[in-house]
Design a protein around this ligand. Sequence first.
Ligand code: HAM
Length: 426
Amino acid sequence: MTMQALKGFKDILPDESPTWQWLEAAARSVFHRFGFGEIKVPILEKTELFARSIGEATDIVEKEMYTFTDRNGEQITMRPEGTASVLRAFIEHNLQARQALTRLYTIGPMFRHERPQKGRLRQFHQMSVEAIGSDHPRLDAEIIAMAWQFLEELGLSVSLQINSLGCPSCRPAYREALLAFLAARQDTMCDDCKRRSTTNPLRVLDCKSSHCQEQYQGAPVILDHLCPACADHFSAVKASLDQLAIPYGVNAFMVRGLDYYTRTTFELLTGALGAQSAVGAGGRYDGLVEQLGGPKLPGIGFAMGMERLILLLEQQNQAAIAAPAIDCFVAALGEAAVSRAFPLVHALRAQGLKAAMDLEGRSLKSQMKQADRLQARYTLILGEEELARGEALLRDMASKKQQVLAFGNDPAMIAATVMATMSTAQ
Ligand code: HAM
C-alpha cells in the first residue's frame, strides 16, 4: 500500500513554493516597515500553556489540540496558534527590558484537529504578529492598518469587522445580562450551547446552528455594556482608523474563538472562500502576559492564514508566480564535452548563475527540450566539433541568436566569459 499524508495535512510542492516564498517575503517587507522583528518559537509546548491562555472551555482546547504524553510522561501539545508561544518566549527571555513596546512576528505551521474542508486544514500556516507593551488605541489602529496594508499590497480586497469585548470590569455585568437572556432559552438550545451557557456564555453567540442563531436574535451585546474606559477606547480606535482612511464595519456579535481577548477584536473577511470566511483575525489581550506569569503588560496582535490567502490569490490570478528560470543551460554532446561541462556548470553556479546540465549525456535534441522546459535564457552548446576548434556556441533562447565563444581550459575563466557575454547581450 502506498503511504499517504495524514488527512488535513498537505505537502507544498515545488510548483507551489514560489508563491509561498513570495507571500512570506511580502509579509516580511510590510512587518519590517512597521518595526516588527521575527521570532521563531517551538512547535511543541506544555499543554498547560494553551489551556491557560486560549481557555479551557474553547473549541480549540476542548476538542482540537494535538496533545500527547511524551516519553517523560509530560503532557505536550502541538501549537494550535502562535500568540501563547510568543508570549511565553517574551516572558521567558525578559524581552520587555529591551524596549517599551515589543513588536514580534512569527511565521509557521499550526495544528488543529478540525474537520478538513476548503481553506481549513489540520496543519495550516499562520503569519502571526504581536505588539506588547501599550494599550493605546492608536496601537490598535496601527496594527489593523498593518494587516490592511499587507492585504492591499497583495492586491486582495477583504472587509474589516471590528468589535470590543470589554474588560474584566465591564464583562461580569454583561455576562449576567447574557445569562439571564440565555436562561429563558435553555430548553430549546443545542447541547453545546447548554453546556457553554455555564462554562463560557459569550461563545454561545457564535454557535453555528441556525436554530440557535434564530433564538439569539436580540441577545444583549457587549458593546451596549462597555464601561466608560472601554467605550472611550473603542471610540478612539474607530477615530484612528478613520484618520488612516481604513474602512470597517462594527459587528457587535463577533465573538472570537479564543478566551484571551479584551477590548478591540477584529476579523478580515472574504466572501470568496465559502464557509471559511476569515483570512485573518486578532485583537487585544491586555491581561494575558500577566496571566502567563509575566509583568502586567497589555498587548494586541493578529494572525493571517496563509492557505486562505493563497486560495484567494489563486482565485484572483495573482498567484501565478513561476519558479525562477534558469540563466544558462549547458548542453554537451559526447563524453569529452560532458566532462568539460561538469566543472563549468559548477563554476557558473559558484559565480551566482542558475545553471543546469544533463548529467546523462542524452541527445542534443532532448537537451534542448530540457533547456526549454527549464525556461533557460541561454544555452551554451558544447559539441564535439566546437570543442575540437576550442569554441562553444552561446544561444539566446528567446531571440534564437547564437554567438561563438572562445572556449579555453579553465572553467572559471569560461564561466566569466559566458557571464560577460550574457550581460552585454541583455
Ligand atoms: P484565529 O482566528 O484562531 O486567531 O486564527 C487566525 C487565522 O488563522 C484565521 O483567520 C484563519 O485565516 C487561519 N486559520 C485558523 N484555523 C485554520 C485552519 N484550521 N485551517 C486554515 N487556516 C486556519 C489566532 O490564532 C490568534 N492567535 C490570532 C492573534 C494573534 N490574536 C492576537 N494575536
